[in-house]
Design a protein around this ligand. Structure first.
Ligand SMILES: [Mg+2]
Length: 117
């Protein structure tokens, strides 16, 4: 599946990377998924966010939410309900609030695995 991650509130919150990003990206890619990052702030912003959280070597691409991406959006992980409802499958994630014990991305990984079955 093509799995799309939002930036603000999803991978990053208050200037801090959410825990478990790299682990979840590596797991998804290992299971044959393609991982993309997109943002309403544009593809350049999404790319810089990937560098900031340390997954720019893993992401398959970066897109703006302003236009439909050139690949199918099979699953979205986003803190905005409308983004999750727009696409066929998704995980609505709690906005990251710098909780060092945050495990929301592990929950997203479980949801993605369920959707891929
Ligand atoms: Mg967001």
């Amino acid at each position: 599946m093509n799995v799309f991650f939002d930036v603000q509130g999803t991978l990053v919150g208050a200037g801090m990377a959410r825990p478990h990003i790299r682990e979840v990206f590596e797991a998804l890619i290992g299971e044959g998924h393609h991982v993309y990052i997109w943002s309403s702030a544009g593809s350049g912003y999404a790319r810089r966010a990937a560098e900031f959280v340390g997954v720019d070597d893993l992401a398959f691409g970066y897109f703006s939410k302003a236009e439909p991406p050139p690949v199918s959006v099979d699953f979205t992980v986003d803190d905005h309900p409308a983004m999750v409802e727009t696409f066929s499958d998704g995980h609505l994630i709690k906005p990251f609030d710098r909780d060092p014990n945050d495990a929301e991305l592990l929950e997203a990984l479980r949801e993605i695995r369920k959707a891929a079955e």
